[in-house]
Design a protein around this ligand. Sequence first.
Ligand code: AMO
Length: 446
Amino acid sequence: MKNYQYTSISGTEQNNAYEVTHVSQLKEYVDRTVIMHGSIYKIRKMKGFSFLILRTARFCIQCVCDDKELLNELQEETCVRMEAEVVREERAKLGVELHVKHLTILSAPAALMPVVINGKLMETSLETKLDFRPLTLRNEKERAIFKLQEGILRGFRSFLQENGFTEIHSPKIVYAGAEGGVNIFKLDYFGREAYLAQSPQFYKQMMVGVFERVYEVGPIFRAEKHDTARHLNEYTGVDFEMGYIESFHDVMEMEAGMLNATLTMLEQEYSFELELLGVRLPRIETIPALKFSEAKALVAERTGRVFRESHDFEPEEERLLSEIVERDTGSEFVFVTHYPAQKRPFYVMEDPENPGETLSFDLIFRGLEITTGGQRIHDYEMQLQKLQTRGMDPEAFESFLMMHRHGMPPHGGLGLGLERFTARLLGFENVRQACLFPRDINRLTP
Ligand code: AMO
C-alpha cells in the first residue's frame, strides 16, 4: 500500500504495521499497528501506566504506555519512534489513542525546559515567550498560530495564481527608499550607501511592464524607532500589482476576492487550528468604502472627538471608525479611499478631478490598517513632474523612470502586512504574537 498519507514499510505488511506520516486519518487504522515518530510533549503518570502525549507534525496524540522500564527512561521532549496499536477511545481528542508496543528513543534532551510549554495555556508574558521562542513555539496553541499563517499565505497564493499573477522576487538591498520618511535602514555597500528595501514597490511596478500581473511575498524592513503593538522592524509583505486597470477600485475588488477565497480555505482546511485557538472568522460580503474626508467627519460626528492629524488617521481614529462601520453595516472590514496627497508617496496617482486627493486606499480590519494600495502614475511626464515638485532628484530615480519613459499601462496594486492581518484575524492586540521571530527596537534574538 502506498499513497501520500501512508507509506507501508517493506516487510511490515505481514504483521500489519503501517508507518503513518499523516495522523488525521488514524481512525481508519483502528485495531491495527502503526509506526509513528514525534516528540513526547507531555507525560501524565497514572496508576500502573502513563499517558504520553506524542507531538507530531500537526496533531498531538494520546498514547498509553505501561512499560515501567521504558517510562523510567522517558522524559518530556524526547524524540521517539514507536510501534503502537490504534485503539478507539471516544474521550481522546482524535477519537483514538495509541497503545505503545515498542518504542525507540531517537534523541533525548540534554536539559530541562526553562519554561513550561505543555500546559493548556502558556501562562507567561509575551517577552518570555519571545525570549524562548524556539521552545515556546512547540506549544500546541502557539504553533497553531503559524499553521494558520501558512494557510493564509496558501489562500493568497492560490487565489493570485488562479487570477493570472506571476510570483516574483525582488532585491532587498536597494539604491533608494520607495516609501519616503526616515524609517529606512542604511547599509554600507562596498563603500556606497545602500538601503534595506522598505517595499518592493519600484520592482513590482517594473514587472507589470513584463508580466502584467505580479505578486511577491517577502521581507520588508522598516527602521521604526518606536516600540508599538503594530510595528515590526522586519515584517512579511504580501504585495501585488496589476496592469490595465480602469481604476483603483479594480485593486480593491481583487483584494476582497483574495480575502474571501482565503477565509474559505481556512474554514475548509484549517478547522483544527481555528477551533484550538477559538478563532471567529469574519464574513466578507461587500466591503464598505468611505472617502478619507467622509471617514474623518463620521468619526468626529459620532464620537465628538477632534483629532490633531488632518492628513492621516491616528490609530485611535482607525479603531473608532471600524467600530462605527461594524455597528452600521456589520462589516469588520472598511476601505478608506482618497487619502490626501501630502501623506502619500510620489508614485501615487492624484485624482485628476480633485488634485490633492489620491486614487489610493487603506483597508482597515478590526480597527487596524492592514493594507495600503492604489493606482500609480504611469505617465512619464507626470511622474517626472511629481518628483520635481517634491524636490526629489529625477537622476536618483533613473532606473525607476526608465519604465515610465518606455511605456507603462495604467496600473495599481497594494501591500498587506501578513503579521498585522494574522494578528487581527486571531484577535491579538500585539503584532509580535503573529511573528515567528520578531525584530523590534529592543530585540535581535532569537
Ligand atoms: P505601507 O507603508 O502602508 O504601504 O505598508 C503596507 C502595509 O504593510 C504593513 N506595515 C507594517 N507591518 C508591521 N510593521 C510595520 N512597521 C509596518 N509598516 C507597514 C501594514 C501596511 O498597510 N508600497 C506601499 C503599498 C502599496 O501601495 O502597494 C506600502 O508599502 O499592514
